[in-house]
Ligand binder design. Structure first.
Ligand SMILES: Cc1cc2nc3c(=O)[nH]c(=O)nc-3n(C[C@H](O)[C@H](O)[C@H](O)COP(=O)(O)OP(=O)(O)OC[C@H]3O[C@@H](n4cnc5c(N)ncnc54)[C@H](O)[C@@H]3O)c2cc1C
Length: 394
């Protein structure tokens, strides 16, 4: 647990609270960051989002914990937790908490060579480049190491051919960090990690339209795409350990991102009324709102402890798989409760009969179904916890 009496941290928290209050555009309050992160066109055209992004980057919080020499903020994990906690407390979000910042940056800091670090990391911290994650394929989701996208030596470059799927934001991304097969004679040992410019000839990103009409992700086709040799990270056939590490960073980010959410009590009071004591009128909903808030609070404390342990043990532990599942469950429970509280107002997709916040809640609920799938499904996280944390036979 963080030492709340630590004067440095307490002072930093005060400063963070004041800065967020002065700089976070109120128009973004309570909005989900996901549409901005996966839809670059929306992100580019929204003046509030753009203003918020610029302010966060100028403050040095674009990538708070990365070393300053690579454009990071040079802060500790404890500081970063405080930033995220205080953002969540007022219904704000970190606008650069995207695929580059969440996953690729920390991975490159460990596995990239010096040229790759200096070339790719600072633009992520400055939010100049949008990255997507080209891991999943039609026949390789949970069994990721079955991936077949082929990469062969073309002399002074690599040639990539194949298909990815569920690639979030691919149609709006500048670059893709991608797993490719460089040896077909061995499963895990034949995978390499490649950085691919999405404007390269031969790449086609086809959006997948959801029932909601929005597009979160794409199918991505690579037709003999030329990739410079220097864009391979970690060396030929050395991609699997890098992928596993990156997935740990992804789950850690997803788990941390679920640590705090504003209370549902004001919403429940507004829609269900209050009793003589000023409490949520419906006792069953009251019980479940409080239970969800207590679970979220306990989870936030556990995440703080995990962050502190990571500071002393260096790195992300396998326990993050259990935390990813727990965080997804609490967030899904919260989204379920929110639409239940709204009643028939929680059934709207569009139209003047529904307030913007009601439509937002419905969309958030639908999107919450994906929490237990992306970043590795619930069952796979349980398998990892069983094997690596509990030591059960695989
Ligand atoms: C919103 C969203 C965004 C995504 N964004 C990206 C992205 O940007 N980049 C990317 O590469 N991928 C992305 N994905 C893909 C995601 O990582 C995969 O969907 C996930 O890994 C599951 O793979 P799958 O869909 O192929 O399901 P499958 O692997 O076919 O699994 C289907 C079901 O079977 C279960 N199952 C499979 N194997 C086992 C097993 N051994 N033991 C027990 N149960 C098992 C799974 O848990 C699941 O419930 C995204 C997915 C979603 C929903």
């Amino acid at each position: 647990m963080f030492d709340h009496a630590d004067p440095d941290l307490a002072g930093f928290r005060e400063e963070a609270v004041a800065w967020i209050k002065a700089n976070f555009p109120s128009a973004l309050t309570g909005k989900s960051p996901t549409p901005f992160i996966t839809d670059g066109a929306l992100a580019d055209s929204d003046p509030d989002y753009q203003a918020w992004l610029k302010r966060v980057v100028s403050k040095g919080w674009g990538a708070p914990t990365w070393p300053e020499e690579y454009g990071g903020g040079g802060l500790t994990q404890a500081h970063s937790v405080i930033i995220h906690e205080e953002l969540a407390r007022v219904g704000a979000f970190h606008p650069n908490h995207t695929y580059g910042e969440m996953m690729l940056g920390p991975t490159l800091l460990e596995y990239g060579d010096e040229v790759q670090k200096r070339r790719f990391i600072p633009p992520i911290a400055r939010a100049e480049v949008r990255w997507c994650q080209g891991f999943s394929e039609p026949g390789a989701g949970s069994d990721l190491a079955s991936l077949q996208t082929k990469c062969v030596d073309g002399g002074d470059h690599w040639i990539v051919t194949g298909q990815k799927i569920w690639t979030s934001g691919a149609n709006h991304s500048h670059w893709c960090f991608c797993l490719v097969r460089t040896d077909t004679t061995t499963k895990h040992g034949g995978i390499s990690f490649l950085l691919i410019d999405m404007s390269s000839p031969g790449i086609e990103a086809r959006p997948i339209y959801l029932i909601s009409g929005s597009t979160h992700f794409c199918e991505v086709f690579f037709n003999d795409v030329k990739v410079p040799k220097e864009n391979m990270v970690g060396g030929l056939n050395k991609g699997w350990p890098i992928a596993k590490r990156l997935l740990q960073f992804e789950r850690d980010s997803l788990a941390s991102g679920r640590a705090e959410a504003p209370s549902l009590a004001p919403l429940a009071k507004q829609y269900l009324g209050v009793n003589a004591l000023g409490q949520i009128a419906d006792p069953d909903v009251r019980h479940r709102v409080v239970r969800n808030a207590m679970r979220a609070r306990a989870y936030a404390h556990t995440m703080r402890r995990a962050a502190l342990e990571a500071k002393t043990n260096a790195g992300v532990s396998a326990a993050v798989s259990a935390l990813k599942n727990l965080g997804s469950d609490i967030a899904q429970e919260r989204a379920d409760l929110a639409v239940e509280i709204l009643g028939h107002n929680g059934l709207g997709w569009e139209g003047d009969h529904f307030a913007a916040a009601e439509i937002e809640a419905t969309r958030a609920w639908l999107h919450s179904r994906a929490f237990s799938i992306y970043g590795g499904s619930l069952e796979i996280q349980n398998n990892i916890t069983a094997k690596r944390v509990l030591g059960l036979p695989g």
